[in-house]
Design a protein around this ligand. Structure first.
Ligand code: IPM
Ligand code: MG
Length: 391
């Protein structure tokens, strides 16, 4: 019974296995992180994406150029605009990232990327992979780092979401074995788990955080989550000054809303899908996904983005110019620190705290009763100038 179907699915699985085994070998062969301080020239790719993406990305690039003015003039920092990562162009090429766009991305050192529209199974559009997910894989951006801070509540969380494996590794490559039975696959590798764990523990050590929480569901997803947990714990043993604890994802979502307990969390390390879900929840405490930036870090490349989507409805309703750039500006601050501009990064974060929460002289509502994206950008730059002048 079902011999043909089983054979077809097994053939599909065989191909996935071959590709994942090769990927695991490639990770093993990888060198160390780029040292940006040693580069004479850093190319920042500005890739708007679609929906509100181009508006908020261009605005963030304007603020970055303002902060890096001296080095832009000296030629050390070069901005390069990359077009073509729109849903229309991706569908026209039937590729999550068209080849020419990918080549341009690979010619950059770091990338500031706007949100991109992701077709969802059954929405009538072709089943192309998310551009985000494809870029993370293509550039091997294995760590998705997402900070959430609410100082007056004592919340200071940094999430280290594994970004290339888990449920996402072959997320667009599942198989309908028959009309009735569908399979997806989850992939965990030793190298993939080790490198994200090491980054999380190194961050904890360098920033004086005394706790790392490993989030998983190893009681049910025993093989892959079990492996992730085991490897993270082993890496943790090399950091005796840091307390490691382990939490299942379900209870973690509950504890994050427990005001008495949530302050105890500091650094989280977690597989891809749990990281996706819980960072939206975490960002909500801080004021929503519109307030949170995200770094996608690999050994050779890094990409910085908002954690929210492309809001096509805002564009359809003619409101794109009112889009909120704060998440992209937070991502820009992460970009600055990643390439070694620590002072500028701290100044931008400080200016954003003032503009978003403390002074908040301008409100973004997404509509005409609020300020526009570029008015907010001006406000941030004015605040940066005031900070520089010590006002
Ligand atoms: C994110 C997003 C993406 C993800 C989507 C757009 C594919 O939700 O960056 O968190 O699931 O990773
Ligand atoms: Mg998400």
């Amino acid at each position: 019974m079902y011999e043909k179907e089983i054979e077809r699915a097994a053939e599909h699985f065989k191909q996935l296995l071959a590709r994942q085994l090769q990927r695991s070998d490639r990770i093993k062969a990888q060198g160390d992180f780029v040292d940006y301080t040693k580069l004479d020239r850093i190319v920042i790719g500005v890739c708007g994406g679609d929906g509100i993406g181009p508006v908020i990305t261009a605005e963030s690039a304007r603020v970055l150029a303002f902060l890096l003015k001296k080095d832009v003039e000296a030629g050390r920092i070069v901005f390069k605009t990359i077009e073509g990562l729109t849903i229309e162009n991706r569908i026209a090429h039937m590729q999550p990232i068209p080849d020419d766009v990918l080549a341009e991305l690979k010619a950059c050192d770091v990338i500031l990327k706007g949100p991109t529209t992701t077709p969802q199974a059954g929405d009538g559009r072709p089943n192309i992979e998310s551009a985000n997910v494809a870029m993370r894989k293509e550039l091997d951006l294995f760590a998705n780092v997402r900070p959430v801070r609410i100082p007056d509540q004592g919340i200071d969380w940094t999430f280290f979401r594994e970004n290339t494996e888990g449920a996402y590794a072959v997320g667009s490559d599942g198989v309908h074995v028959t009309d009735d039975v569908a399979f997806d696959f989850v992939v965990t590798t030793t190298e993939g788990s080790e490198r994200i764990a090491r980054l999380a523990y190194n961050y904890a050590r360098a920033n004086g955080k005394d706790r790392v929480s490993i989030i998983q569901k190893a009681n049910v997803i025993k093989t892959t989550d079990g492996k992730f947990l085991g490897i993270c714990k082993k890496v943790g043993e090399e950091y005796p000054e840091i307390t490691t604890d382990e939490w299942y994802i379900d209870i973690t979502t509950a504890k994050l809303i427990d005001p008495k307990r949530r302050r105890d969390f500091k650094v989280f390390v977690l597989p891809n899908l749990y990281g996706d879900i819980i960072t939206d929840e975490a960002a909500e405490f801080q004021g929503g996904v519109g307030t949170a930036g995200s770094a996608n870090i690999g050994k050779k490349y890094a990409m910085f983005e908002a954690i929210h989507g492309s809001a096509p409805r805002m564009v359809a309703e003619g409101r794109a110019q009112y889009a909120d750039p704060c998440s992209m500006l937070r991502a820009s601050a992460m970009l600055l620190s990643h390439i070694g501009y620590i002072k500028e990064s701290e100044a931008l974060d400080r200016a954003l705290d003032i503009c978003m929460f403390e002074e908040a002289a301008m409100k973004i509502t997404g509509r005409e009763d609020g300020c526009t994206c570029s008015e907010f950008g001006d406000y941030v730059m004015k605040t940066l100038t005031a900070l520089q002048e010590g006002r």
